[in-house]
Design a protein around this ligand. Structure first.
Ligand SMILES: [Zn+2]
Length: 247
């Protein structure tokens, strides 16, 4: 199958995070038909990574993820481009890697592996579990596919996701001394977060902190007993590969 047909075939199979099983089976069957040895590595119920290799010394791995963010958008195309969910992140990349690997095979290179993970768009559990596979010890180099504007990227910021919940005590707003405001507590914490100096890195630049969600309270005349916020802090931790893969 050529690069573009394979891209569209993969994009036609919905695989929002948590629902990657069908695309994993498709990749297994396709790669086996080309002569690859393929393993499905269980990550969770109905979620498995696809691990494929040609011999028992795969040193160079090509990898990316099979899941997409919601919602599923089927592929369409015009004379120039393919559109839809996963076109560039990352089913087009899977197709490009398989096509490249097949070209390497024709040139006599066999010590290559393919790793396609689940759950990357959420907690990257597929990548974490992949590190536990015994074949990971044979990996010398891993080239991870992600949209990078066609630049070669050698690292990625780490992401820290936090949900902060505060608890208080509800009371009628006319009697504030009987209550304890969870929102006031949360605002104090967020004030600290806003004034925190995070470390910078020469290569990755500034740490970014997004106070992304904010929720709490019951009614205008009630001291709020609950509040919560969601933070995404992109720290400049050096990691060898995007998607927290350390093979
Ligand atoms: Zn991606």
């Amino acid at each position: 199958m050529n690069l573009f047909e394979l891209t569209k075939s993969l994009m036609s199979i919905p695989s929002v995070s948590g629902e990657e099983e069908a695309v994993g089976f498709y990749l297994r069957d396709y790669l086996e038909s080309l002569g690859w040895t393929v393993e499905l590595q269980k990550v969770a119920e109905n979620q498995s990574n696809v691990i494929a290799y040609l011999n028992d010394t795969p040193r160079v791995w090509l990898s990316t993820h099979m899941d997409t963010v919601p919602p599923f958008i089927p592929p369409t195309e015009d004379d120039e481009k393919i559109y839809g969910r996963g076109a560039c992140d990352a089913k087009g990349i899977i197709a490009a890697q398989i096509t490249a690997a097949e070209e390497l095979r024709r040139a006599g290179v066999e010590d290559i592996g393919l790793l396609y993970t689940v759950e990357e768009e959420r907690a990257s559990t597929g990548a974490k579990v992949a590190n536990d596979h015994p074949i990971a010890a044979k990996c010398k180099y891993l080239i991870n596919g992600e949209p990078t504007d066609n630049d070669l990227a050698i690292g990625s910021k780490g992401a820290f996701r936090a949900k902060i919940k505060t608890k208080g005590k509800s009371a009628h707003s006319a009697y504030p001394e009987q209550g304890d405001s969870a929102i006031e507590k949360l605002l104090d914490i967020l004030e600290d977060v806003r004034h925190t100096k995070f470390p910078n890195d020469d290569f990755f630049g500034e740490t970014t902190c997004n106070i992304a969600t904010l929720d709490g309270g019951i009614a205008l005349n009630v001291i709020p007993p609950n509040a919560e916020t969601g933070l995404l802090i992109k720290k400049n931790l050096r990691s060898r590969w995007a998607c927290t893969l350390i093979w």
